[in-house]
Design a protein around this ligand. Structure first.
Ligand code: ATP
Ligand code: MN
Length: 278
């Protein structure tokens, strides 16, 4: 009898161990079973041809590069006039970015602050269910990207939304992502032009799309072919949001501090260079 007891104890322990392992795996890979199934469906439906490696593992999402499949265009719900012209002819074999929001988030931004007060999400937001919340968060990013693309702001064009996954334009070349603004190296006279680009983008966002980014910084701007692209807009709020003023102020502050540091850095290295010469 003690042997059976021992057996069951051992069995329970190993089950626990397994469960533990599964959970860790989920956290590490950020792709749970349901998400993996969803990605598999993209492949089998020909929306995607293949999914490549992870280009980024963030706190809230992983981004993968992938290639469009033969049925990619048929599955898009994009008004044809909205599709970027290069994509109208030939979508097949095009590199795409796949943003997969983690359903097991390690650190949540306090999302409530961004979602409460947004009239677009009055209904259908169930607090407590983390998966539902993540799906809503994904939808918010998709809708914000759509809105920004519509007013002509440089953003990765959002093609496809399903559950916690967004398929969007890939910013970069040959599966190699373009650098973030924080990693860009430029001669000093070009920083001013970039600063003005950001100012113009913030104005378009506010005036034409009625949005405030609310997490704008050198970490969420990509630099590609002399142009800046705004990314990571899941937390962007409508400009009638009660905390809009605070978010806008914080965005301006982040941008100013960053550009100031670059200009000062350049001034210092210029000074060192002239001193060396003398
Ligand atoms: P984090 O928590 O690190 O801020 P995140 O989960 O908020 O990340 P994003 O900021 O949207 O996700 O993207 C993370 C990274 O993935 C970016 O810094 C960028 O390097 C890469 N990336 C995002 N979107 C694209 C895209 N459309 N094309 C190419 N690379 C991208
Ligand atoms: Mn980011």
């Amino acid at each position: 009898e003690s042997l059976t007891k021992k057996f069951f104890e051992e069995k329970k322990r190993s089950e626990l161990r397994l469960k533990d392992k599964a959970l860790t795996a989920t956290v590490e890979n950020a792709i749970d079973r349901r998400t993996r199934l969803l990605l598999f469906k993209f492949l089998s439906a020909g929306i995607l041809d293949s999914i490549f490696g992870c280009v980024s593992t963030g706190k809230e999402a992983n981004v993968y590069s992938s290639v469009a499949g033969c049925n990619f265009l048929e599955n898009l719900e994009v008004p044809p006039n909205m599709l970027p012209s290069v994509y109208q002819q030939d979508c097949k074999d095009r590199v795409l970015a796949l943003k997969v929001f983690k359903t097991v988030a390690l650190s949540f931004r306090d999302r409530d602050r961004y979602i409460d007060g947004d009239i677009r999400f009055k209904n259908g937001y169930r607090k407590g269910s983390s998966r539902d919340m993540v799906i809503l968060w994904t939808e918010k990013e998709f809708r914000n990207l759509r809105r920004l693309a519509k007013v002509g702001l440089p953003v990765p064009f959002p093609y496809y939304l399903k559950k916690n996954v967004i398929i969007m334009e890939f910013i970069g070349r040959n599966h190699q992502t373009a650098p973030l603004l924080k990693d860009v190296v430029l001669p000093s006279n070009e920083w001013l032009q970039l600063y003005l680009q950001v100012c113009r983008m913030m104005r378009i966002m506010y005036r034409d799309a009625n949005l405030v980014h609310a997490d704008l910084s050198e970490y969420n701007l990509m630099y590609y072919e002399s142009k800046l692209f705004v990314i990571d807009v899941s937390q962007a709020v409508e400009n009638d949001h009660p905390s809009m003023g605070y978010f806008l102020y914080r965005d301006c502050k982040n941008v100013c501090i960053f550009f100031k540091s670059r200009v000062e850095e350049d001034a210092v290295s210029a000074k060192v260079a002239t001193e060396r010469k003398n």
